[in-house]
Design a protein around this ligand. Structure first.
Ligand code: PLP
Length: 645
C-alpha cells in the first residue's frame, strides 16, 4: 500500500514492513540489508540518544553517487559521447565533516571532487581531498571547483594547493577576480586553471529560479566573458581558461529549463574554444531536483524528469553543439548537491501531546437553558445529508450570537463553554457527512482544517527544517510505526518554539498540497492507579519521521528560542547488518547559552548567591534551595529539547 505516498518519494530507500514500521534500505531495496527505523530509534533511545534525532545513512550517499555516475555513463554510451563525466559535490549543501568525508570516500572510484562556495568551504575541501586521496597510491585527480567571492588569500591558497597535486579551478564570478587571479599567479609563479561563470539568459523556475538572468547575483555577462578572454590573451594566459560554469538555480522542476540552459551554455562553450581558450570542462552546476512529493510533475516539490533524462539531455545537447561547431567535446562536470545529499538524512521526533476539538457527544439541552443554546442543540440534532450545508451556516450564526452575549456580559463562562461544545459537535457531524457526498462544497472546504488536531512535536522547525518555515518547502512527513492501523485523526504540527510560525500545516499530496496530515490518535499508557496525575496523562510514544532533509536544512537552521542542534547518528551497513559509525551529541543548554555569551559558571554563582540571601530572609528552605540549584545545574548540562515524562 502506498501510504503517505511513500512509493513515490521513498523508493528505493524507504518502505513499510509487515509490522507497520518504516523500513530503510540504505543500499536500495534490491540489495543489501534493510533495517526497521522504529526499532533503530528504540535502540538508540536505550543508548541515551533521545529525540529529536537526525539519522544519517551514509550508504544512501554511496548509492546516490553510484546512480548519478551510472546515469551519466549510460548517456555517454548511448550518444557515443567522446568524453567523460567528472562531478563534484557542492559543500554548501551540507558541510558536516562525516558527510563530506563519506562523499570523498564513496566518490573515489569516480574521481568525484568537491565544490567550494566560500573561503571556509575551501578550507574544508582542501583538507577533505588531502585526507581522502593518497598522493602515491591513488592515481586520481578529483576536481576542486572554487566558486564564490574571492579575496587574495582565497586565490593564493587555491593556487598553492596545486603544489600539493590538487586540481583547483578558480571560477571567475566577478570581473575583479580576474585581475586578482592574474596578479597573484604572477607573484607566485603558479599558472592558474581558470573558469568563467556565465549569467545565462535562460530563466530558472520555482523557488530557487533567480540564479540566472542579466540581473542575477553571480556570474559574468557575455560582454564580461569577452573581456576575460581579451585580458587573458593580453596576459598570455588564455590557455589557463579551461572551464565554463553556470548554475540556473536549485530544484529545477521542469526538464525544459535544463534543456534551454544546456543549449545556451553549449554555444558559449563552442565560442570560447573558437576564441582560442583552452577549454576542457563544461560545468552544468546544480539544480538536479528531488521528488519530495512523488508526483513526478513540474510542481516545485517535484520534477517532471528522472536522473537518466537529465543526463541524456546534457550529454546529447553538448555533443550536438560541439559537433556542429566542430570542436572537441568537454569533460562534463556537475555540482549536484540536493540530489546527492537529501535522501540520506531522516529526522525523527516525538509527539508530546495534542489539542483536539471535543469529541464526546454533547448532553441534550434542557428547556430552561438559554434560547441560543436550545437553537444550537436543535441544529445539531437535525443535521443530515440533505441539510448539512445550510445547517453549518446556522451553527456558525448561533455560535456568534453566543459569543456576543458573552462579550456583553449576558452569558456565563459555563454557558459559553456549552455553546462552543455544541458548535463543535455540529461541525463534527458535518465533517462525517461530507465524504459520503463525493464532493466538498466550497464553503465547507476549510472545515476539515478547522477541525484538525494540533500535534505538539518535540522539535524546532527553525533549527531543523528552516526551509519549511522560510519558503514553505514541503518534505514528506509520516509516522514511522503504527502503519498497520488506519490513521483516523487529522492534524497539523506545532513545534516547541513560542512562535506561531513554528508550525507545519502544508503537507505533500500527489495532486496538490494538503492542509492536514492523517495521523493516529495518541494512545495513553494506563497508569490509573499509580497516583501520579502527570503520568496518567502521558501519551505512549508516537514517532514521526521527516524524510529527504539531508540538503541545506542543518546549516541554515537557527537558534530561535535557543533550541540547539539535535543529536545526530551515522549508520553504516555492515555484512551482518548495521553499525553506529558516529554519534554527534546535540547541543546542551550550556552550549547554546555560550553562543549568546552567557558563562554557565557565572549563572550558577548568581543563582547560588541569590538563594543564600533568600535563605537568610527565610523565604526558602535549605532543601528547596538545594533542589533549585541542582535542577538549574543539571538543566545546563541537558539537551535543549524535552524529555518525555
Ligand atoms: N552550484 C552552485 C553554484 C550553487 O549555488 C548550488 C546551490 O544552489 C549548487 C551547485 C547546488 O545545487 P543543487 O543542490 O540544486 O544541486
Amino acid at each position: 500500500e502506498n501510504l503517505y505516498g511513500i512509493q513515490g518519494w521513498g523508493e528505493p530507500y524507504f518502505s513499510i514492513n509487515a509490522a507497520g514500521h518504516v523500513t530503510v534500505s540504505p543500499q536500495g531495496n534490491s540489495r543489501g540489508f534493510s533495517l526497521d527505523l522504529y526499532e533503530l530509534v528504540e535502540s538508540l533511545k536505550k543508548r541515551n540518544l533521545g529525540l529529536p534525532l537526525l539519522i544519517r545513512f551514509s550508504d544512501i550517499l554511496g548509492d546516490r553517487l553510484e546512480r548519478l555516475h551510472a546515469s551519466m555513463n549510460r548517456a555517454i554510451a548511448r550518444y557515443n559521447y567522446p568524453g567523460k563525466y567528472q562531478g563534484v559535490f557542492p559543500i554548501k549543501c551540507n558541510q558536516h565533516r562525516h558527510l563530506v568525508e563519506a562523499i570523498v570516500q564513496f566518490g573515489k572510484p569516480y574521481q568525484f571532487g568537491l565544490e567550494a562556495g566560500s573561503k571556509p568551504e575551501l578550507m574544508i575541501a582542501l583538507a577533505a581531498l588531502e585526507a581522502g586521496y593518497h598522493p602515491t597510491k591513488d592515481n586520481f585527480e578529483p576536481l576542486l571547483i572554487c566558486n564564490g567571492y574571492k579575496d587574495r588569500e582565497y586565490i593564493e591558497t587555491a593556487l598553492l594547493a596545486r603544489k600539493l597535486g590538487q586540481k583547483p579551478i578558480i571560477v571567475i564570478e566577478q570581473i575583479e577576480e580576474l585581475y586578482l587571479a592574474i596578479a597573484v599567479s604572477r607573484q607566485l609563479e603558479i599558472k592558474p586553471i581558470l573558469g568563467v561563470r556565465a549569467k545565462l539568459l535562460t530563466k530558472g523556475s520555482g523557488r530557487w529560479g533567480n540564479s540566472t538572468g542579466e540581473r542575477a547575483k553571480f556570474g559574468l555577462t557575455i560582454p564580461q566573458i569577452v573581456e576575460v578572454v581579451e585580458q587573458l590573451q593580453a596576459a598570455d594566459l588564455l590557455d589557463s581558461l579551461q572551464l565554463l560554469h553556470f548554475h540556473v538555480g536549485s530544484q529545477i522542476s521542469s526538464i525544459s529549463v535544463v534543456k534551454d540552459a544546456i543549449r545556451e551554455a553549449s554555444q558559449i562553450y563552442v565560442q570560447l574554444v573558437k576564441m582560442g581558450a583552452n577549454m576542457q570542462y563544461l560545468d552544468v552546476g546544480g539544480g538536479l531536483a528531488v521528488d519530495y512529493d512523488g508526483s513526478k510533475t513540474n510542481f516545485h516539490a517535484s520534477k517532471n524528469y528522472n536522473m537518466q533524462n537529465y543526463a541524456n539531455d546534457i550529454v546529447a545537447q553538448i555533443k550536438d553543439a560541439c559537433a556542429q561547431g566542430n570542436v572537441t567535446v568537454p569533460t562534463i562536470v556537475s555540482e549536484s548537491g540536493r540530489a546527492i545529499a537529501s535522501h540520506q538524512s531522516v529526522l525523527v521526533f516525538d509527539v508530546l501531546g495534542t489539542s483536539d476539538v471535543p469529541t464526546t457527544p454533547p448532553s441534550p439541552v434542557q428547556e430552561e437553558e438559554h434560547l441560543v443554546l436550545r437553537n444550537l442543540w436543535e441544529t445539531y440534532h437535525f443535521i443530515d445529508a440533505q441539510n448539512y450545508q445550510e445547517t453549518y451556516h446556522d451553527a456558525i450564526q448561533f455560535k456568534e450570537e453566543a459569543i456576543s452575549l458573552f462579550n456583553l456580559g449576558y452569558f456565563t463562562l459555563a454557558q459559553r463553554a456549552r455553546a462552543e461544545e455544541l458548535y463543535w459537535a455540529c461541525c463534527r457531524k458535518i465533517v462525517q457527512i461530507i465524504p459520503q457526498q463525493g464532493y466538498v462544497p466550497d464553503d465547507l472546504e476549510d472545515l476539515e482544517k478547522m477541525m484538525a488536531s494540533i500535534y505538539y512535536i518535540n522539535l524546532s522547525i527553525f533549527q531543523s527544517v528552516p526551509d519549511s518555515w522560510a519558503i514553505d518547502q514541503l518534505f514528506p512527513i509520516m509516522p514511522i510505526h503504527r502503519l498497520e492501523e488506519k490513521p483516523t485523526a487529522r492534524g497539523i504540527l506545532a513545534d516547541l518554539t513560542c512562535d506561531s510560525d513554528g508550525k507545519i500545516d502544508q503537507f505533500i499530496d500527489l495532486r496538490d498540497v494538503k492542509d492536514i496530515l492523517e495521523l493516529h490518535p495518541l494512545q495513553f499508557v494506563d497508569n490509573q492507579n499509580n497516583g501520579d496525575l502527570s503520568k496518567q496523562k502521558s501519551p505512549a510514544p508516537y514517532y514521526l519521521g521527516m524524510f529527504l532533509v539531508g540538503a541545506y536544512q542543518e546549516i541554515m537552521g537557527n537558534l530561535h528560542n535557543l533550541f540547539g542542534d539535535t543529536n545526530v547518528v551515522h549508520i553504516q551497513m555492515t555484512p551482518k547488518g548495521y553499525q553506529i559509525e558516529y554519534v554527534v551529541k546535540g547541543d546542551t543548554i550550556k552550549e547554546v547559552l555560550g553562543y549568546v555569551q552567557y558563562d554557565p559558571e557565572d549563572l550558577i554563582e548568581t543563582m547560588r548567591r541569590r538563594t543564600e540571601v533568600a535563605l537568610q530572609e527565610r523565604k526558602i528552605t535549605l532543601e528547596e534551595a538545594q533542589r533549585l540549584l541542582q535542577n538549574y545545574e543539571s538543566s545546563l548540562n541537558s539537551y535543549t529539547y524535552l524529555v518525555a515524562n
